[in-house]
Design a protein around this ligand. Sequence first.
Ligand code: UFG
Length: 322
Amino acid sequence: MKILVTGGAGYIGSHTVKALRNEGFDVVIFDNFSSGKQRLVLGGTVVRGDLNDRKALEQVFQEHDFQGVMHFASLIQVGESYQDPQKYYRGNLVTSLNLLEAMLTSGVKDFIFSSSAAVYGIPEETPIPETHPLNPYNPYGQSKYFVEKILEEYARAYGLRFFSLRYFNAAGADPEGELGEMHDPETHLVPNLLLSLLEKSRTFQLFGTDFPTPDGTAVRDYIHVTDLAEAHVLAFQGLQTGAKSGCINLGANQGYSVREVMHRVEQVTGKSINFVTRPQRQGDVPLLLASNLQAKQRLKWHPQHSDLETIIRTAWEWHSRV
Ligand code: UFG
């Protein structure tokens, strides 16, 4: 069974490629390496290509007989999406349209999409169920929302089968130590905390201490990247065996504040964090917490690695080594 994985040299993509290969899938990675890393490619066939290049896409579908596509390639910085929305609509929306066109033209119907909790905007209810209204408030979230809507239309009109997987906060690293997070610039909480312990020149910046939460810092639902990867394999297997298309949250249904994460990082590493407090980042919401009932029921997904300590320990092992 052969699968095309766009963004397979990125953080979540590379962990999913590993999970797919462990399950015996044949994987073709399509990545332009603008943020993907050669170091995160452990195997599979690599096609260095860009989703804006429709000829290159056409060619990859002509050369391989795919049973499905997993689409990870994406721009992911919320702040940047405010500054340059055009970049995000081109980079996340137009590229998805190109990919869908190439895949449908060659008769491939099964599609797994990397969506985001950002489609919900400011939650009106927590834990957030998939039925929550969608009010994305930044171009990054909008771009994910638009693709979700397009997938629904394409399912109705062209028989596409899909799962949009709405990630909460992906974190942690491959428990076998082969893969981990390598963003440049790094904006995420767990790696920034760990890098501040490893690189003397870096001071951790704590963004926002005046949120309406018990300790004033923002609460998030951290989900281990290996559990995310597993969910993609299950979602794809579901599509292949007739599961109904839809949108599914991937979170641990556990909320931790930034201060709680800082405290746990100090416990796991035995080091104390040097930090400065800063104003809230533009667009950060106080609380994001997933309901993961749908993932458990529909995908038979059971996160194994998503307790905060395992997340931090695996990430620490990775960052201490790279
Ligand atoms: N934070 C800091 N300092 C840092 C990094 C983060 O204080 O150096 C804080 C943030 O302000 C936020 C929390 O830690 O309150 C989590 O921040 P992350 O950047 O790790 O994650 P976000 O919740 O902002 O972003 C995640 C995904 C995005 C996605 C977004 C949807 O990483 O890709 O959820 O809301 F767009």
